[in-house]
Design a protein around this ligand. Sequence first.
Ligand code: NAG
Length: 312
Amino acid sequence: MCVTLLPVFSGEKGDHGDEGLAGPVGPQGQAGSCPESCQIFIGPLGVQGPPGPAGIRGLPGTMGNQGLSGSKGDKGDMGLPGKPGLGGLKGEQGKQGVCNCTNGVDGINGQKGVKGDTGNKGNAGLQGVQGPVGLTGEQGDMGLLGLPGPCSSSIQSAFSACLETPFPLNNKPVPFTKVLYNRQDHFNSMMGIYIAPTNGTYVFTFSFAVKDKVLVVGLFQNFYPVFKMTETTNLATCSQRVVLHLLARDMVWIQVKDLNSNGMYTDVEITSTFSGFLLQPDSCDLPFFRDFGQMSLNNTNFPNFTNLKWNP
Ligand SMILES: *[C@@H]1O[C@H](CO)[C@@H](O)[C@H](O)[C@H]1NC(C)=O
């Protein structure tokens, strides 16, 4: 009996199956004839009958033991191509290629790159333009009482006077008899001499018309010329302004050089003036001489004002 084997592997040959069932009863034999005696006679063995027909197929035998491995088969056909592998690592950048072409066509604009990191903080910019003036603030609280201010002197002194007679004499102070201002009477207009009432800073100015003659004139302090001026142009003006420090009782006047250079002029339409004033006393204390009249030029303590020299 055959045993059906699995198609893929050829195992070992299985065991012999069980005996099949007995075949069917054969045909009835020929009627016998009695023997000449009834003695039991054992005849010879009959000829063996023909084999009976084949029995029906038996049940499948039990599975045989696994067969031995078959011999190695022939090399199979080449398989189908495998799936593509994963992408490899990025290779190193190649050398820059040499290009001999010129004037190539511009390529297409690349895609916009990723936004970079924030840059470092820049240097401080220049100072901006000053802004507009702000609104006026509210009035603040009243401040503390301040320190006492500088003293104010009670003494005042100023004068201004005009020449009345042209071409003054040269050997004495020039008188300015037309007085414009001399409230403190510190200027003796008839003699043309100003007497400082206190130690302090004084301002003197003059403006002299010049006509027909040269004018050489000086401003004198206590018989010495502080400065001199010369004006040679006819119908010109000679003027000056100075600041002097004087001590109390110092004397200041105007004097011309000589009779050839005394061109100081005056008439109805032309004026020559001499002025001065106390700008700032050295101290706010009153002078010790309360009565300025004691400083009168008639006082015998004062020198003679005639025959004065131009260059003492
Ligand atoms: C004026 O100045 C003189 C000289 O410096 C000084 O001797 C005199 O005391 C001063 N007079 C006054 C009133 O300050």
